[in-house]
Ligand binder design. Sequence first.
Ligand code: 6PG
Length: 267
Amino acid sequence: MSAGRASRPVVRRLADAETVARAGAGEWVRLFRAARAKGRRFRVALAGGSTPRRLYGTLAAEPFAGMWEPAGVDFLFGDERAVAPDAAESNYRMAREALLDPVRAPAARVHRMEAERDDLDAAARDYEASLARVCGTRPRDAGGPPPSLDLVLLGLGPDGHTASLFPHAPALRESARWVVAADAPPPPLLPQARRLTVTFPLLRRAAMVVFLVEGESKAARLAEVLDGPADPERLPAQGVAPVAGRLVWLVDRAAASKLVHAPVVDG
Ligand code: 6PG
């Protein structure tokens, strides 16, 4: 794997989950406006899991809902579980319920990962083609580099995974593909073993990556990721290191409670 340790991240310590969501919504609106000022749509990869639900709800409610327009966004995804799109475990379903339906996102602007397909490798390749099409760049199989997304939202799993990049998984060492099929540890530890996930090569090209981390249960793992020695094979979240973009961690007080060395700013 050529991804190194995430370097010089900004860690924003926020009072609680509500302020984390508002801070995330603020970044979203700022980046949305920057993309629109350039005359193009805002390209964002949504995160799964449960933490982003509050951010999505915040974006769909006033005052934030009035600050951006869903028709000016291409909604992409960072990972998906191999379930039907209406299954309880589906990341798409969570995003649809919390954000896409409430804001009436046009169907043509929503680009979900088809992880319910039998051939996950083909689904991953098709998603790479979608990324190139949405971003107006050369497809990977025509030699194109990974596109640069405006914003990638990520979470931190209890084992240090992010997106569906799990400790010691082959996907961590992927150097060419932008999206691959991956395996999570089997249930019940995590809801669904088979996944699709973006890879480090795509994440490294992002203009901005925002991690959302909340709760005391994440504190020790977050301290390992941000304060501990670099070991992205064991702690995949450490491997997210945008080469020319920004890396921001939005963490609530409880999750930040074990940080010692990380460059934390309050608010
Ligand atoms: C998934 C994810 C995963 C998630 C983290 C944090 O599909 O499970 O995308 O990487 O973001 O596990 O999940 P929580 O927000 O539920 O803690």
